[in-house]
Design a protein around this ligand. Structure first.
Ligand SMILES: NC(=O)c1ccc[n+]([C@@H]2O[C@H](COP(=O)([O-])OP(=O)(O)OC[C@H]3O[C@@H](n4cnc5c(N)ncnc54)[C@H](OP(=O)(O)O)[C@@H]3O)[C@@H](O)[C@H]2O)c1
Length: 289
C-alpha cells in the first residue's frame, strides 16, 4: 500500500517520509522539481507535480492508499486553492485516508477544509503549532554575534518538534482510528524566545544573549538587513495578532503516540551543531565565547 507525501522536501515532510520509511512503508514523495525528485532518499518513489495544477497530479495519485496533503504552497505559504479538485482526484484514484495540514479553521475559507470534510475519505486535520525548527532562522545571528534580537519578547508558543508532528501524521495515516478528528500538535511547554535562546545556549555551551526590540527597533534592524517592507509588515502583523491559543499545550502527542512530546531542550541538543561555525566548535560544555 503506497502512501503519497506532499511537501516531502520541506522541514516537516522530510521527517514524514523518514518515519514512514523506517516503519517499512511504501512511500511516494511529491516535489515540483525533477532535480529534487532525483535527490529523494533511497527507497522513496519520487513523483513530480504541482498542487496548484491538479492535472499534474494524476500519476502521483495512481494506486495510492493514503495521502499527506499540505494546506499551503509556494514561498509565501499561500492557502491551497485547488483542494476541491485534489480531493475529487484522490477519491477517484481510490485513496482511503488523508491527513491535511491546516491552520485554524481547517482552511474553510479556501475550500480545502470543506472539500475534505464533505468527501468520503477518512480525513484528519493536523495543526502543528510553530515548528521548533523555526528557530533555525536565528542560526546566522547566533553564529555571527551570539545574540538574538526580536520584538514581541513576551510571546509564548507551545512549539512542537517537527519530528513529533511527522510521527503523529505517520501514525494517523497507517493505523487509522483518527477519522473526523482535528489534532493540534504542540510541545510540552509554552516558551518565550528568550527561553529558547537559553536552551540553545545550554545545548551548545555558548554564552548567548537575547535582546527584546520595540516594533520601531525591529523595523530599523530588518531594513538594515535588507528585508522588503512587505516582509517587515507581515512579520510585525503576524506577531501582533497571534492568537493566545498558540501557548496552549495539547495532549495530542501523548494520546496518539503513547509517549510525551520532545522538549525544546531535546530539539536544541539534536541541532546544536547548526548554531556553531567550525571554528566555534569545542568540547561539549566548554564555553566558546
Ligand atoms: N513553520 C511552521 O511553524 C508551520 C506551522 C504550521 C503549519 N505549517 C505548514 O506546514 C507546511 C510545511 O511546512 P514546512 O516548513 O515543512 O515547508 P517548507 O520547508 O517551506 O517546504 C515547503 C514544501 O512544500 C512543497 N510545495 C510548495 N509549494 C508546492 C506546490 N505548489 N506543489 C507541490 N508542492 C509544493 C515544497 O516542495 P518542492 O519545493 O520540492 O516542490 C516543499 O516540500 C506548510 O504548508 C506550512 O504552511 C508550518
Amino acid at each position: 500500500m503506497t502512501i503519497l507525501v506532499t511537501g516531502a522536501t520541506g522541514t516537516l515532510g522530510r521527517h514524514v517520509v523518514d518515519r514512514l520509511l523506517r516503519d517499512g512503508r511504501q512511500v511516494r514523495a511529491l516535489t515540483r522539481t525533477p532535480a529534487a525528485a532525483a535527490a529523494m532518499p533511497a527507497g522513496v518513489e519520487p513523483a513530480v507535480g504541482d498542487l496548484t495544477e491538479p492535472r499534474t497530479l494524476a500519476a502521483a495519485l495512481a494506486g495510492v492508499h493514503a495521502v499527506h496533503l499540505i494546506g499551503a504552497t509556494g514561498q509565501d505559504h499561500a492557502p491551497l486553492r485547488t483542494g476541491p479538485e485534489i480531493t475529487a482526484m484522490a477519491e477517484a484514484a481510490g485513496v482511503r485516508r488523508i491527513t491535511v495540514l491546516a491552520e485554524g479553521d481547517e482552511g474553510s475559507d479556501d475550500g480545502l477544509g470543506r472539500a475534505v470534510r464533505d468527501s468520503a475519505l477518512e480525513w484528519t486535520f493536523i495543526w502543528p503549532i510553530d515548528y521548533m525548527a523555526n528557530t533555525l532562522g536565528w542560526a546566522d545571528a547566533i553564529r555571527a554575534t551570539a545574540e538574538v534580537r526580536e520584538p514581541y519578547a513576551s510571546r509564548r508558543t507551545a512549539s512542537t518538534d517537527e519530528r513529533d508532528v511527522a510521527d503523529v501524521i505517520a501514525t494517523v495515516l497507517t493505523r487509522g482510528g483518527h477519522a473526523g478528528r482535528r489534532h493540534v500538535v504542540t510541545g510540552p511547554e509554552a516558551l518565550t524566545p528568550a527561553d529558547k535562546v537559553a536552551a540553545i545556549a545550554r545545548a551548545t555551551g555558548r554564552d548567548l544573549r537575547f535582546t527584546a526590540l520595540t516594533d520601531d527597533q525591529a523595523r530599523s534592524q530588518w531594513r538594515a538587513d535588507g528585508w522588503p517592507e512587505e516582509g517587515i509588515a507581515f512579520m510585525l502583523d503576524m506577531w501582533a495578532t497571534v492568537p493566545a491559543t498558540v501557548a496552549e499545550v495539547t495532549p495530542t502527542v501523548e494520546r496518539v503516540l503513547g509517549r510525551p512530546p520532545r522538549t525544546f531542550a531535546q530539539w536544541a541538543a539534536a541541532h546544536a551543531d547548526l548554531f556553531f561555525t567550525d571554528s566555534q566548535q569545542k568540547m561539549p560544555g566548554e564555553n566558546t565565547q
